[in-house]
Design a protein around this ligand. Structure first.
Ligand code: HGY
Ligand code: MN
Ligand code: MN
Length: 411
């Protein structure tokens, strides 16, 4: 195993230990103690690799290698470092680690870039704690306003500001970043699907990222005794939710073209075996490569809500996130393909069914993304695994691409 691959494995292994569910995958919620430990590790490595480290008012981490051009915009490389509950070790961290190791190669080769290089580690991409997702990158671009950010609370009613302060972060630091300070953003991510592994190709060059929206639906009925309440006198919030959720797969298949609809979260109140549920809260995640399909499913969802709002049942919906499908910057896509060819690394042009911070930053700077294979196509589960040799190949591509984009001065 070469030195780069060994360092990659050490980073991934170390970060995977910062989990609230040891032995049951990675659970690293934003601003948790696990976040704090991962953050300290990443900042320590950034300093070790010669980067100036800063955090913003959301807790995103930036490690900067200054360029020779004064006040020039940065080439950013990184991803997120939060996780889904009981997730894997690579979703997010693979991209942050790749950014770290590109910076290490700049340091090892004593490279002087004209444009600064910045390694970034973003918060709350998954939305596991505060809902919606893509929070860190949406804060940077202003898509999430400072007020919206500060009013977010988790399932226990703890606010972002309260949670940040608890782990020593400063919510008074700037949140929105001036787009003129960003020249480009490169992100390595695991594919989270089976295509690259099936084709036995180590690199995917991302062309587009799927559009997506997420709703939180609340169904309110009437609690009651499971034994004494006749069936025709119930306003059962869980039966209503179940009837609605059972319709979602057909909403997706009716649209076709890869449209998907998922309910991943369901809370029942008061959640007693002998109590007719008073309230249910569940999520609906809708995705498609074509925005018209997302809009059609939203219309059908609204019709479902209207048709089930009767007999003592009240249904409300909060739209937590809406992102149009995004194309990657064509010049960067070509540069990534050209660099892969120069390095004789096989690649496959691919579209992303997962959402990524790259789709948000694409609103304010030129963005490019590459994938590596996921074993058995699995992700968002403890079985998630990718080969550090593929991460090393991705680092080589990102290193050469970053040298071009930062216009490293020829010695
Ligand atoms: O949901 C997604 O696509 C990403 O994993 N946040
Ligand atoms: Mn991810
Ligand atoms: Mn994810």
């Amino acid at each position: 195993m070469n030195n780069l691959q060994a360092r990659i494995e050490e980073h991934i292994e170390t970060l995977s230990k910062f989990t609230a569910t040891p032995g049951q995958g990675t659970t690293r919620l934003t601003y948790s103690n696990e976040d704090k430990k991962a953050r300290e590790y990443l900042k320590e490595k950034m300093k070790e690799y010669g980067l100036n480290v800063q955090e913003d008012g959301l807790g995103n981490i930036f490690g900067k290698l200054d360029g020779t051009l004064p006040d020039a915009p940065s080439v950013l490389i990184g991803s997120h470092f939060d996780s889904v509950p009981n997730g894997g070790s690579y979703d997010g961290p693979a991209g942050v680690v790749a950014g770290l190791e590109v910076a290490a190669l700049f340091a090892e080769n004593n490279l002087k870039p004209k444009y600064p290089l910045e390694v970034i580690a973003l918060v709350e991409e998954e939305g596991s704690r505060f809902g919606g997702g893509l929070m860190g990158s949406r804060g940077i671009t202003g898509l999430l306003s400072e007020d919206e950010f500060k009013n977010l609370t988790d399932h226990d009613g703890i606010s972002t500001v309260e949670a940040m302060t608890k782990i020593g972060l400063d919510p008074t630091l700037p949140i929105k970043r001036d787009p003129k300070t960003m020249k480009a953003f490169l992100e390595l991510h695991i594919e989270q699907g089976p295509i690259l592994e099936d084709k036995n190709i180590p690199i995917g060059v991302v062309e587009t990222i799927v559009g997506l929206t997420q709703f939180e639906i609340t169904v309110e009925g009437q609690a009651g005794h499971a034994g004494t309440t006749p069936m025709d006198r119930r306003s059962d919030a869980l039966v209503t939710a179940a009837n609605m959720i059972a319709r979602f797969p057909s909403l997706a298949t009716e649209e076709g073209e890869g449209t998907v609809v998922t309910t991943g979260k369901l809370h029942v109140f008061p959640n007693g075996a002998n109590v007719i549920p008073k309230k249910t809260v569940f999520t609906v995640d809708i995705r498609s490569g074509k925005e018209e399909h997302i809009q059609n499913v939203i219309k059908k969802l609204n019709r479902l809500i209207a048709s089930y709002s009767k007999d003592g049942i009240h249904i409300s919906a909060i739209q937590q996130l809406y992102m149009k499908p995004k194309k990657m910057n064509q010049e960067i896509v070509s540069l990534l393909k050209q660099t892969s060819n120069e390095l004789d690394i096989d690649y496959f042009p691919i579209n992303s069914g997962a959402g990524h911070d790259a789709m948000v930053l694409a609103d304010v700077t030129d963005v490019g993304m590459i994938f590596i294979p996921s074993k058995d196509g699995l992700s968002h589960c403890p079985e998630e695994w990718s080969d550090s040799r593929d991460i090393a190949k991705a680092v080589d591509i990102l290193f050469q691409t970053a040298k071009k984009l930062t216009e490293v001065e020829k010695k």
